[in-house]
Design a protein around this ligand. Structure first.
Ligand SMILES: Nc1ncnc2c1ncn2[C@@H]1O[C@H](COP(=O)(O)OP(=O)(O)OP(=O)(O)O)[C@@H](O)[C@H]1O
Length: 316
């Protein structure tokens, strides 16, 4: 087991008005088990307890009670040893040196991890290649675009080839192309090295592309553990098919299994929602194709907030 927690709990004392204090249980008797090589999405509403869990997994935060083992180690007592085996990316915070060129940050990290020059150089070159960082290696970190900085952050966290990589909101704020690049890289890294991934995200695309298992946390407790299709089916999440048609035309209101959500440009673009457990995008497209000439299509990912909200509601 690469991650194992039993009854993991973290409380925060909060000062209410006056001398009274209230206790907030951010993580509440959490039992987690993640096997080596798995890729797990850890999702939940804002304040559900995701970051607090991660901080306890890597030894930044002390649990109030319960047990935690990461890579078979005690994150508090064996924090240094653990740092050699885990890579962590906090999307909102940087582990790079702001005023130094990216290349120098990598040199410092290689020294911290005591990598041999051969190993450090070959790994660095591999990461530069896979994450397409050649253009900005000599640029100070503070001058990088967000997409460039995130690639550099991920490279920095993976320089020492950790067996477990934990990413907290790795794609937040990135444009479509940068997201895709980062996801492709993580998929390759996992395929080549069998790296275990644990990521928190508000982006359903991250989960769809990267994770074979999803954990949903609600008020510090596990609310779901399974696959993404299983989760979508459980909460009845809808998907949306957007079709661009060659000509203006009437609303496509009578397609079996679909609900017409709206039309733009005299019907040249139409949005249809459907339940993926009841029909498929292919079946809808065949129906649309029989009524109009299709130019282009996109499928909108279900909104992660919506899926989580539905799950929370169904549990209450
Ligand atoms: N240092 C702290 N002191 C007091 N309360 C805290 C502290 N850190 C977190 N909390 C509280 O614990 C709860 C869980 O926070 P946490 O950051 O783990 O949530 P999260 O699921 O990561 O949310 P988000 O998606 O917004 O990052 C929240 O109510 C938060 O306000």
């Amino acid at each position: 087991m690469i991650i194992e927690t039993h009854g993991l709990t973290r409380e925060f004392k909060r000062r209410a008005k006056g001398p009274t204090r209230t206790t907030l249980t951010a993580v509440d008797h959490l039992d987690l088990r993640v096997e080596p090589g798995e890729s797990v999405g850890y999702i939940g509403a804002n304040g559900a307890g995701k970051s607090t869990t991660i901080k306890m997994l890597v030894g930044i935060l002390v649990p109030t009670s319960g047990h935690v083992r990461t890579c078979g180690l005690d994150p508090l007592k064996q924090r240094r040893e653990l740092a050699r085996r885990v890579g962590v990316v906090f999307g909102q915070r940087s582990q790079l040196w702001w005023d130094l060129p990216v290349r120098e940050s990598f040199e410092i990290l290689a020294a911290i991890h005591r990598l041999s020059p051969e190993r450090a150089n070959s790994r660095r070159d591999q990461l530069i290649d896979h994450l397409e960082m050649g253009e900005f290696l000599d640029t100070p970190v503070r001058q990088l675009s967000l997409g460039q900085r995130m690639r550099a952050e991920v490279a920095a966290a993976l320089l020492h080839s950790p067996e477990l990589v934990i990413l907290d909101e790795p794609t937040i704020g990135l444009d479509v192309l940068s997201k895709q690049r980062l996801r492709d890289f993580l998929i390759t890294e996992r395929a080549e090295h069998g790296t275990t991934l644990l990521l928190t995200t508000h982006d359903m695309g991250d989960i769809e592309r990267l994770c074979d298992r999803v954990l949903v946390v609600d008020h510090g407790k596990l609310a779901y553990d399974g696959t993404l299709p299983g989760l979508s089916a459980q909460v009845g999440a809808q998907r949306v098919l957007v079709v661009d048609l060659a000509d203006a035309g009437p609303d496509l209101t009578s397609i079996p299994g679909a609900t017409h959500l709206g039309s733009e440009a005299d019907g040249m673009r139409q949005r249809l929602s459907f339940d993926p457990s009841a029909t498929t995008a292919a079946a809808l497209l065949a129906e649309v194709g029989a009524r109009a000439e299709l130019r282009d299509l996109t499928i909108e990912e279900p909104d992660i907030e919506d899926v989580v909200r539905r799950l929370y509601l169904s549990a209450r």
